[in-house]
Design a protein around this ligand. Structure first.
Ligand SMILES: Cc1cc2nc3c(=O)[nH]c(=O)nc-3n(C[C@H](O)[C@H](O)[C@H](O)COP(=O)(O)OP(=O)(O)OC[C@H]3O[C@@H](n4cnc5c(N)ncnc54)[C@H](O)[C@@H]3O)c2cc1C
Length: 281
């Protein structure tokens, strides 16, 4: 791995984590250009080196002391507009995608203004991917099996890497699109603790209910362990008050799951991706 150009050893992960929490990566590589990625992924697979691709890590809790193998941060920022189709590289930030497409009079991506991560971690629509053997494929929205907080890239095609995604948009007046973006942001500010670092929704909503409501009814809003706190504003968010560790967050997650299970018999399923330890341990 030391031979991979630009790879750094024992890289601290907290500066790469939106949440500000992380151990280290054995090897770490930030890529602003995806051209060499297919060969690299094929090589890692051949040599049985584990790899993890991340974007802004707004949905990922780094819980291992040191992640084995290579952690690849995609910071690619290509944007192409062809008629109604907008293609953005995996490293494009969602709020920037919303703002930049609005400027071009394309509507449909305003929701991105409220999602702090990158395109690759959020995948929607036609998606260019690399499989573990380094081969390129294009997946349609149907191929991606997009579902509530889920896609095939989280199950059968885990380990496949998103290069870019294409979104179908419509035309509208940039000022009207900007107004809708402001509305998305106002709603988020009102309902979510965006003034603090978090990983967004901690658990998926169980069918017909909201995880936040169940956690709130258990009286857990404001519960604090170390530097981590269940938000007073939204009970499904765990905020980092400063200096929270992965252990603090995992302990709160275990308490939220246990209390909801004891009271309602519902097992909450984590929405955040915990790397390096099973949630609840
Ligand atoms: C305040 C707040 C609000 C949020 N609101 C929403 C919301 O409304 N809806 C929603 O769905 N999410 C929401 N989230 C969660 C999160 O922002 C999104 O899931 C986000 O798009 C993840 O992007 P990321 O770049 O941060 O992904 P990361 O956390 O870096 O990665 C997430 C997962 O995707 C994988 N991954 C990342 N990039 C690639 C790639 N190029 N190829 C293959 N796999 C990859 C990672 O390995 C990891 O498993 C919210 C989070 C916060 C903090």
């Amino acid at each position: 791995m030391a031979a991979v150009p630009g790879a750094r050893e024992h890289e601290p992960l907290s500066p790469h984590s939106w949440y500000g929490i992380g151990g280290r990566a054995r090897y770490f590589l930030a890529l602003e250009d995806g051209a060499a990625l297919a060969d690299l992924i094929a090589r890692l697979t051949n040599e049985r080196v584990p790899y993890l691709v991340i974007g802004a890590a707004t949905n990922t809790l780094f819980a291992a002391e040191e992640l084995p193998g290579l952690t690849i941060k995609l910071a690619t920022s290509r944007l192409a507009v062809e008629g109604s189709r907008v293609t953005a590289s995996a490293g494009y930030l969602m709020p920037k995608l919303a703002a930049d497409t609005a400027k071009k009079g394309r509507t449909g991506l305003e929701f991105g203004a409220g999602v702090p991560g990158m395109v690759g971690g959020s995948v929607v629509g036609n998606t260019d991917v690399i499989d573990p053997q380094g081969r390129l494929h294009t997946l349609s929205a149907a191929d991606c099996r997009l579902a509530y907080r889920d896609s095939i890239l989280k199950s059968a095609k885990a380990g496949w890497v998103v290069l870019s995604a294409t979104f179908e948009t419509a035309e509208d007046d940039p000022s009207r699109i900007r107004d809708r973006i402001k509305e998305v942001q106002r709603h988020r500010r009102q309902t979510q603790p965006i003034e603090r670092r978090s990983l967004g929704s901690t658990f998926k909503n169980p069918p017909g209910d909201a995880a936040g409501r169940l956690i709130d009814v258990c009286g857990l809003k404001g519960r604090r362990i170390g530097g981590a706190q269940i938000s007073e504003k939204h009970a499904n968010f765990i905020v980092n008050l400063g200096g929270a560790s992965a252990d603090d967050v995992l302990a709160l997650m275990a308490e939220m799951r246990n209390r909801v299970f004891e009271r309602f018999g519902i097992e909450l399923e984590p929405e955040v991706r915990v790397i390096g330890r099973a949630p609840g341990q």
